[in-house]
Design a protein around this ligand. Structure first.
Ligand code: GDP
Length: 350
């Protein structure tokens, strides 16, 4: 995961460590200089002796000015970080936010003589990334299902995303995840645009033993979703996962169809599914669905194959919605709950 970004961050970290070290050495030199001054420097001019308090104040000022990191100390490092983030497909406002976080931690900071500069560099970078990864709120799928269960209703979850991102696979993975936790999921094949879409969902679902409600190709997608919910209510299913069509997000008809599905099904969760490999495109797609139907969160697939990592850093910040889960491979069990620590360890651990 994130091999490229990881390597780039490592280079930034090394440079920052070196700079902090240099700063801390400067203090050492300054202090030695001060200590050496009275015995070794011959006094040429005769000046009245300074008041001891004044000497102390001067020394204190000197120390302080030498310890504090100024903007010019870290400017080039921040620039390196900026480039590293953008080259890794991080959205510009998110890269700027990370830089701002790093800058506010560094500029004006005092670097002590005994400072562990490597640990400090890592801490500052990690915290800056952690801040943009922290979800604005949590989405707990199990809690949502449990709440609906208490009301005697199935939880309804609709999935949006353009073709090929991994939406169908993700729905099936999630169905398995929920089945493994003792729930009864039902799938709705509301991608009626492609015959292959319906078949594909059925094939996957059969392998994990989860039923699918479907109609013929070209049927009204909202009607398929509605039928599935009615079926779930009648047969006591706990959760309905609705697969939808995925023509380009700029397609007006598609967005109208999505709006209709939302109107008819009144879902408990609207989930955007994105492909981490597509970087900034995934962020743009998420925004388009957010504007059209309003999403509650995102699932990002193909994290195992994403060398750049920018989409994962950006999507939540740009849309203001949390990443709920991550797809980490092609097997049904390759779905993990999103935790910022997961990304942080992928980025910073050797
Ligand atoms: P859809 O058109 O959005 O429904 O996409 P599919 O579910 O058909 O997936 C498209 C391709 O992406 C398939 O080959 C999947 O196996 C693959 N895929 C989906 N999720 C992941 C993932 O997390 N990692 C990897 N490596 N491949 C994935």
């Amino acid at each position: 995961m994130f091999e490229k970004l990881k390597q780039k961050l490592k280079a930034v970290k090394e440079k920052l460590t070196g700079r902090l070290q240099k700063k801390s050495q400067e203090i050492q030199e300054a202090e030695l200089e001060e200590l050496a001054l009275p015995p070794s420097t011959p006094k040429k001019t005769v000046r009245p002796p300074e008041h001891p308090t004044l000497t102390k104040v001067k020394r204190a000022i000197k120390k302080v000015t030498h310890r504090r990191l100024s903007e010019s100390d870290v400017d080039d490092i921040l620039w390196d970080l900026h480039v590293a983030l953008l080259e890794s497909d991080t959205a510009l406002p998110v890269a700027e936010k990370i830089i701002e976080n790093v800058k506010s931690e560094l500029v004006g900071r005092e670097v002590g003589l005994t400072e562990d500069t490597r640990a400090l560099a890592e801490k500052v970078l990690k915290e800056a990334v952690h801040k943009v990864l922290t979800p604005p709120y949590q989405v707990d799928l199990v809690q949502i299902i449990e709440k609906k269960k208490r009301e005697g209703q199935p939880a309804v979850m609709v999935f949006f995303g353009i073709n090929g991102v991994g939406k169908t696979t993700t729905i099936v993975k999630l169905a398995k995840y929920l089945k493994d936790r003792g729930y009864r999921p039902l799938l709705a094949a509301a991608d009626t645009f492609r015959a292959a879409g319906i078949e594909q969902l059925e094939e996957h679902a059969a392998r994990i033993g989860v039923p699918v409600v479907k109609q013929r190709r070209g049927a009204d997608a909202a009607a398929v979703a509605y039928d599935a919910i009615a079926h779930a209510k009648a047969r006591g299913y706990d959760v309905v996962l609705i697969d939808t069509a995925g023509r380009m997000q700029t397609d007006v008809d598609l967005m109208e169809e999505m709006k209709k599905i939302v109107r008819v099904t009144k879902p408990d969760l609207k989930i955007f599914v994105g492909d981490a490999l597509t970087g900034n495109d995934a962020v743009e797609q998420a925004l388009a669905f957010e504007r059209a139907v309003g999403i509650d969160g995102a699932i990002l697939c193909k994290m195992d194959a994403d060398a750049r990592g920018g989409a994962a850093l950006s999507i939540s910040q740009v849309t203001g919605k949390p990443i709920i889960m991550l797809g980490t491979g092609q097997r049904y069990e390759d779905l993990v709950e999103f935790k910022p620590e997961l990304i942080l360890s992928a980025l910073f651990e050797d």
